[in-house]
Each structure stands twice: as C-alpha cells, then as structure tokens.
Design a binder for this molecule. Structure first.
Ligand SMILES: *Cc1c(COP(=O)(O)O)cnc(C)c1O
Length: 388
C-alpha cells in the first residue's frame, strides 16, 4: 500500500509510453498527425462533429468564450462550486462574471435559481451572454432544463466538462453537445484521462469550429476560402483576429489518443470503486453524493459531507486526521466568489450560501484508477474511526 494515497492521479501504461516515444522518433513534435488522431478519437467517442485540442482546459474555456463573442462588460454566469478557471475565462474577455448557487444534492448549478436569476436579469437588462454549467465530480448538470432557457433568453452554453469525459447524460456521452453550443474537457493528470497538460473544445457548429481553430493559433488561417481577397500563393496566410498560441504538442496528443483507448476501463474502475464507497460508508454520519437518474458520472471525485452537529470533531480536525494517516483527502471547491481576487471585484461571503455551506462540510476522498481495494478499505477504516 502506498504511504500516501492521493485523491487523484494518472495511470500511464507501457502502451501510453510507446505511443509517446513513437512521436519523439517521428518528424512531427507539434502540428503533426497525432493531433488530428486524438481529436477524431474524442469526437467519435462523444458523437460530436468537431473537436479542437488545446494546451489546457483553461485555454479551451478562453477560446470558447471568444468564439461565443463574449466581450467587454458582457455577463458570464457559472457555478461558484468550481475551479477558478470556469470564471476566469470570462474575465480574460473583459466580461462581468456572476454566479448561480448550487443545488444542495448534486452540487451542480441549481437550474431553479438560474431561472429566477434570468427573470430578474431580463428586467434589469443584464441577461448573460454565456452560461458555463460545470459538471461537478463528473455528473452532468441538468442540460435538458438549461437548453430551453438558453433558447428563451438567448445565451450561449459552454459546458465545463473538465471532470466528465466518459460520463453520460440521458444515455449519450457528455461532450455530444446535444444541449449546448460547446463543451470543454481537461486532460490534467488528476482528471479522467491525461496528456500532462491539455484540453479540448467540442462543438457541432462549423462556424464555431473554424473560429476555435484560428484562435488556437494566433488568429491565423491558411485556408483561401476564409481569406479576405485573393491568396498570394502557397506561402500565404492571413491573421483575421487576435488569437493565441494555445496549441497542444503531438507528444501530448499521442498520449491522449492512447489514453482514449483506456477510457472505458478507467470509468468502469472508478464506478466500481464509487459503488464500493457507497456500500462501505453506509451508516456513517455523512452525506453520500446524490446521483440524478439522468446522469451516469465519470466519477472524477467522490465527495462526502460531514454531519457536523452529530460529530465531536470539526471539519478541519477530520480532514487533518485523515491527512496524518497518509490519506490525500482534498476539498473541491473553495467557492470561487470567496477568493480574495473575486472579493476585490465586489463579491461577499454570504452571496451564494448553498456553496458556502457545502464548503464547510465537504471532503473529497481518494478515487483513481490505480487505487487498490486495500487502500480503499484503509481509507474507510480510518474515516469510521474518526467519525464514530
Ligand atoms: C481542472 C479544471 C479546469 C482547468 O483545467 P486545466 O486543464 O488545468 O486548465 C477547469 N475547470 C474545472 C471544473 C476543472 O476541474
């Protein structure tokens, strides 16, 4: 058993290593064939038309916002229970960020609150241009309820599916964009599959795809049909807008394509370990993560909530006791609006009470592909000793 059991970590096989080495020995380290292969593998898996690989999910969220034409002072709304990147992408565009409090059971953005906030925003003429639902822990938001609101109020939906590759919603893969304009995955090592660093934007809309491809690489096109005026010749390119260097390398993409082949096994093992947590944690003074019948989680995270009024120990004491025993518990997430930077933008503690209450009670237990059953039993034993 490992001396320290991390909450998440990558799994790298010999097949993964061989795929990366093959690229290192090839002609192309970037902008070669591995990128297209990885994009195709993800698009096929998700049943979506287009996929654009980039250097991180943060970069993916940024260019998705730009493709949605989010600009200065335009409102972007997201969940407070997320990593800061889901909100920062709006600020990069000069947008005004606001939050929609979470559902007390799924910890995803609460659609009833979203609806109320939209009605108010319509009266004040402050409707959002972009809404970023975050599929927390790998469980999809209620997208079928969000899509009609997007229609009615005219906002673009960008799914932050950083946790959720391999998950399903209403029997279809997360990322198929049936109920959204774009979806974003992260390939950071703690996520479901990894490329070291990396991200991807998925969409079914060709104009968005063309724009995303340009924004990934300096706003430059080499396609004569996109140019203003005639091409000067085979060397010619045009910069049509202000883009970035957000490209993924072929080294990373080869790892990603190899990891895609392992994705079903990754999710199956996570599901099995999650089922086992549900079984072993029965009867403890904690809340287990509620699963909506429309969603099949990819199980990026397994979050419990402590019933603090029945416990001798504080939230922090439970957390520290587990850490002292070599268990890499973590806390996802510190509500974004309570971060000093967001406080400086005018947010205050108390603004999103459900996310704040959740933060006072939540603990992420370790869950990853290579975690052993012995390690899981040890975690459960330590937790039980702590809580009873
Ligand atoms: C990890 C994560 C991101 C950022 O992903 P990077 O690939 O590290 O940029 C964004 N949103 C959520 C919800 C995440 O968990």
């Amino acid at each position: 058993m490992a001396l320290f059991i991390p909450y998440g970590r990558q799994s790298i096989s010999q097949q993964d290593i061989d795929a990366v080495v093959a690229v290192l020995k090839s002609d192309w380290l970037t902008q070669g064939p591995a990128i297209a292969q990885f994009e195709q593998a993800v698009a096929d898996y998700c049943g979506v038309n287009y996929a654009v690989a980039v250097s991180s999910a943060t970069a993916a969220l940024h260019i998705a916002c730009l493709a949605a034409e989010l600009g200065p002072k335009d409102p972007l709304w997201t969940s407070p229970n997320t990593f800061v990147a889901s909100a920062n992408c709006g600020l990069y565009c000069g947008a005004t960020v606001d939050f929609v409090d979470i559902d007390a059971k799924t910890y995803n953005l609460d659609v009833a609150i979203l609806r109320q906030k939209l009605i108010q925003a319509q009266q004040n003429n402050t409707l959002p241009k972009v809404v970023v639902p975050v599929h927390f822990a790998g469980q999809s938001c209620d997208m079928a309820a969000i899509a009609p609101l997007a229609q009615e109020y005219g906002f673009t939906v960008i799914e932050d599916a950083s946790h959720a590759i391999g998950g399903q919603y209403r029997g279809k893969p997360v990322g198929c964009c049936e109920f959204s304009d774009m979806a974003v995955f992260s390939f950071h090592p703690v996520k479901i599959i990894t490329t070291g660093e990396g991200g991807m934007v998925l969409t079914n809309q060709k104009p968005l795809y063309d724009k995303l491809v340009r924004l990934r690489s300096h706003g430059v096109t080499r396609a004569p049909e996109h140019m203003q005026g005639e091409s000067h010749g085979p060397w010619y390119y045009q910069q049509l807008e202000l883009g970035f260097n957000y490209r993924m390398t072929d080294i990373q993409a080869a790892l990603g394509a190899s990891q895609m082949q392992r994705l079903p096994a990754f999710v199956q093992r996570r599901q099995m370990l999650a089922d086992r947590y549900f079984e072993l944690l029965q009867g403890l003074p904690i809340m287990l993560p509620a699963q909506h019948s429309d969603a099949a989680s990819s199980w990026h995270l397994f979050v419990i909530r402590l019933m603090l009024d029945t416990l001798q120990l504080s939230h922090r004491q439970v957390f520290e006791t587990l850490r002292d025993k070599g268990i890499g518990v973590n806390l996802h997430y510190i509500p974004v609006h309570t971060q000093p930077y967001y406080q400086s933008l005018g947010f205050r503690p108390g603004d999103f009470p459900e996310a704040e209450q959740y933060y006072r009670e939540a603990i992420s237990l370790p869950l990853h592909y290579e975690m052993s059953l012995d390690e899981q039993d040890y975690i459960v034993d330590c937790l039980r000793a702590c809580l009873t």
